[in-house]
Design a binder for this molecule. Structure first.
Ligand SMILES: O=C(O)CCC(=O)C(=O)O
Length: 264
């Protein structure tokens, strides 16, 4: 059990993110690392290109930079499901979210291949899944050390206080969402130099992104997105497998009627 200190909680409140060093370690980290590699190797022929390069159609052509992404990790291997119940992770979520009732939104692994790992433009996750009480929080677990040279995460400290920013993606003909790249340039952002096992927790309003991976090594990361059990989506019901799964506490609002039994 690793509860956040008052100073860490205050840092999160001020900055919209917190970098937790070596939160995941030992056998758990080793197994996740092994299963992550096996998964990407097994699925290499599936369509998993997810690079953000203008329009959606551009994703697999015209640019040799790519990110490989696999969603719903808990549907692939038990280690990822067990990770969702990691007490240290849940303690950290509870401490920054200020609730004991935490449910899953979705999971995703982003794999930036050596020499051609694409960047992520600066964005807020809010635009993908807005919620009434804005309780959505992400945890990025790094399986490899990452620096600005191999595509680490960059954040704009304090940007979570700005609320929803103008969404530029759709204006520019893309289904991706991103903020004004001149106002929120990657050069002006703060890089988080991470080591394997480090977790960065951030609000869905925190402006973040990453540089390309031009190094000779893969940069592996996986994301867990959660929200307060008693918060509601502003746009439809989430359809990710496992969405709404209670990770800590309980969900008093969960509808138990038979008619709703197939709903997330
Ligand atoms: O993988 C990265 O570097 C950034 C990922 C990210 O921001 C996202 O998937 O929303």
């Amino acid at each position: 059990m690793v509860r956040l200190t008052k100073e860490q909680v205050q840092f999160y409140k001020e900055n919209g993110y917190i970098h937790l060093k070596k939160l995941i370690k030992g056998k758990e980290l080793e197994r996740m690392s092994e299963e992550y590699d096996k998964l990407f190797s097994l699925k290499q022929n599936n369509k998993i290109d997810a690079a953000w390069v203008g329009t959606d159609e551009d994703r697999t052509g015209g640019n040799n930079l790519t990110v490989k992404a696999i969603h719903n990790l808990q549907m692939h291997n038990e280690v990822f499901g067990k990770y969702l119940y990691n007490e240290d992770l849940l303690d950290a979520f509870e401490d920054v979210m200020g609730t004991k009732n935490i449910v899953l939104h979705h999971t995703k692994a982003n794999n930036k291949p050596p020499e051609k790992g694409a960047h992520y433009p600066m964005h807020q996750d809010y635009h993908y899944f807005p919620y009434e009480k804005d309780s959505v929080v992400a945890a990025a677990l790094f399986l490899d050390a990452a620096t600005p040279h191999n595509g680490t995460l960059f954040v704009y400290p304090g940007s979570h206080k700005l609320g929803p920013l103008e969404d530029f993606g759709p204006k520019e003909g893309s289904n991706f969402h991103y903020v004004d790249q001149n106002k929120f340039s990657i050069e002006g952002a703060t890089p988080l130099n991470v080591e394997p096992g480090d977790v960065v927790i951030f609000s869905y309003f925190t402006v973040h992104g990453s540089t390309p991976n031009l190094s000779s090594k893969t940069r592996r990361m996986l994301l867990v997105q959660v929200h307060d059990a008693h918060d509601k989506p502003l746009t439809g019901v989430p359809t990710w497998p496992g969405a709404g799964w209670v990770l800590r506490g309980s969900n008093l609002n969960r509808d138990a009627s038979i008619a709703k039994r197939y709903e997330a």
